[in-house]
Design a protein around this ligand. Structure first.
Ligand code: SF4
Ligand code: SF4
Length: 90
């Protein structure tokens, strides 16, 4: 989805979304079932982060649903630094 803003910043400029470590993922679908924002989708080879910018900025709730520790997010301090930097430019 495009055209959304977070704190006045275009959502697509904010690098906050989950990353799946394919080496750890067992393709259980728990993240897909858990997130109601359509971030994940079933791809040809397994669950994928199909719509990263649908992820709620600062949310990492699905991480604890993953049984294999395959989900990672950026550091929250890095998120704050990034937001401050982006806010200064809008
Ligand atoms: S962090 Fe939250 S919004 Fe983002 S994918 Fe996980 S449950 Fe969905
Ligand atoms: S919850 Fe974890 S192991 Fe299951 S599909 Fe998602 S990333 Fe893969």
């Amino acid at each position: 989805m495009s055209g959304r803003n977070y704190m006045g910043i275009p959502r697509e400029k904010i690098a906050w979304y989950p990353t799946i470590d394919a080496a750890l993922c067992i393709n259980c679908g728990a993240c897909l079932d858990f997130c109601s924002n359509g971030v994940y989708a079933q791809g040809a080879t397994g669950v994928e982060v199909a719509n990263p910018y649908n992820c709620v900025v600062g949310c990492s709730a699905c991480r604890s649903e993953c049984p294999s520790g395959a989900l990672t997010f950026p550091d929250k301090k890095e998120l704050i630094r990034m937001l401050n930097e982006l806010r200064a430019t809008v």
